[in-house]
Write a protein that binds this ligand. Structure first.
Ligand code: TGC
Ligand code: FAD
Length: 388
């Protein structure tokens, strides 16, 4: 049965024609080009590279960036709806777009020199170059301030040493936005594929986000030219500012996973007969389905409001944390319940639910764990820092 977007509170009435058009275009792409092949890639543990060109044509790399640099120049609701549709396909496909847009194009646009913008942004927008974002290290995950990767000033540039871990698209990337300490201060560097001393081996063995490439980045005396330092920011607010952009996209994206799980569950429950009637006719199943639509609807409203605040330019990172924290947990809960509703069939790749559930385990951890977002909001409302 064709996918139906759940819209219990007529949220479509809040969307402009342009916003609905973006959802439709990206949604059609997901139905026609992602869903038919994604289980194969998840099983194989590979990213479907042939989708990149089409994604670029749709403008999902740099949705909100100015057209002058190859961006689509659209608003944040359009960006969110595009992420929702991509993640309805797979969190790995949305991750690819999140990293490219929010974690690579955004810092080059916001903190980069004009030369860096002109060199990279049009190619990244067109999918001709791929980017990655290196913040996490083996011993610095939730606490990036503890990073040990460092740069030393040398004639004409910098010498970079250290390692990053868990980096989406690292092995594929033409350019890595790498955060390292220079004289004890966090700075951003553009590390290019092929630079001597830079390697990016793929990490294997994942049970989650299998249709996404995750890598280590290793820097051994890598000489970085002066022109590859991001001049516009110093300190941890540089990478954290990028995370605010990506967390916003994730908050919308996971609604897509939840919708896919709800849609599959509703159809399955209406057609699966046990004890002489569809399992949708049992009160316990209805309670599960009602929980799903209720939570999806709340998440949609949260994101729509967040998008409006973001477009007004007044968004606070803590507000984004609330959406990331709430929506990822809601989507993961829904995926797990969807698996229950599908019974044994729920573990098969004939249905999307187990893949979404496994993916969402990563999404709950990356871009700030659920606990980190709890503590960010906790600090905001109490004024007391409880991280350390
Ligand atoms: P703290 O002292 O709180 O802040 C340092 C400076 O940064 C500013 N700031 C932010 N700015 C913009 N956006 C945010 N979200 C910001 N959070 C903080 C802050 O105002 C301050 O500025 P200034 O001017 O005073 O210097 O820093 P802290 O060291 O205490 O850290 C706080 C904490 C724990 C919340 C932060 O470190 C954190 O968020 N940790 C989580 C780490 C994380 O999310 N890592 C994600 C890695 S990337 C990733 O996962 C990609 S997944 C990709 C995919 O496939 O989709
Ligand atoms: P840790 O920080 O070691 O945390 C372990 C547990 O302890 C968590 O439950 C955490 O919430 C809890 N914890 C830690 N500190 C506290 C505290 N103070 N109070 C209470 N609980 C606490 N990173 C990048 O830089 N770029 C990427 O592209 C990227 N892509 C990723 C892709 C995947 C598939 C995954 C899984 C991760 C990716 N990451 C990336 C890394 C991700 O951001 C980190 O995994 C995340 O920030 C958590 O760090 P950690 O895994 O080291 O966990």
């Amino acid at each position: 049965m064709a996918f139906q977007h759940p819209d219990y509170l007529n949220i479509d009435e809040l969307l402009t024609d342009e916003e609905k058009l973006v959802r439709q275009a990206v949604g059609d792409f997901v139905d026609n080009e992602v869903l038919p092949i994604i289980e194969h890639h998840a099983r194989q543990g590979s990213f479907p590279m042939h989708l990149v060109e089409k994604m670029a044509e749709m403008g999902v790399f740099g949705v909100t960036l100015p057209t002058e640099y190859g961006g689509a120049g659209l608003n944040n609701i359009c960006y969110g709806l595009a992420m929702q549709e991509l993640e309805r396909g797979d969190s790995g496909v949305r991750s690819f777009a999140s990293v490219q847009s929010s974690l690579v194009m955004y810092p080059i646009y916001t903190y980069g020199s004009e030369e860096q913008r002109r060199k990279w942004l049009p190619r990244l927008a067109a999918g001709k170059a791929i980017g990655c974002f290196g913040l996490t290290e083996p011993d610095a995950g939730s606490n990036p301030a503890g990073m040990v990767t460092n740069a030393k000033k040398i004639d004409g540039g910098f010498l970079l040493n250290g390692a990053k871990m868990w980096i989406t698209n690292g092995t594929l990337a033409d350019v890595a936005v790498v955060w390292a300490k220079l004289d004890g201060v966090v700075r951003g560097f553009l590390v290019e594929k092929g630079m001597k001393g830079f390697t990016a081996p793929e990490m294997k063995g994942k049970h989650s986000l299998r249709a996404s490439v995750t890598s280590e980045l290793v820097f051994q005396d890598v000489e970085i030219p002066e022109a590859n330092l991001l001049p516009g920011v110093e300190g941890l607010k540089g990478p954290l500012g990028c995370l605010t952009q990506a967390r916003y996209g994730i908050s919308w994206g996971v609604i897509g996973s939840a919708m896919a799980c709800y849609d599959s569950s509703l159809n399955y429950a209406k057609s699966r007969i046990q004890f002489g009637k569809p399992i949708a006719g049992f009160q316990l199943t209805q309670e599960k389905l009602v929980y799903m639509i209720n939570e999806i609807t709340k998440a949609q409203l949260l994101c729509w409001r967040l998008g409006k605040i973001k477009d007004s330019g007044n968004i606070r990172p803590q507000q984004v944390s609330m959406a990331k924290r709430n929506n990822v947990e809601m989507a993961l809960n829904i995926a797990r319940i969807a698996r229950e509703i599908h019974g044994a069939n729920g573990i098969l790749d004939e249905y999307p639910v187990m893949r979404h559930a496994a993916n969402l385990e990563s999404v709950k951890t990356y871009e700030g764990t659920h606990e980190m977002h709890t503590l960010i909001i906790g600090q905001d409302i109490t004024g007391i820092q409880a991280f350390s």
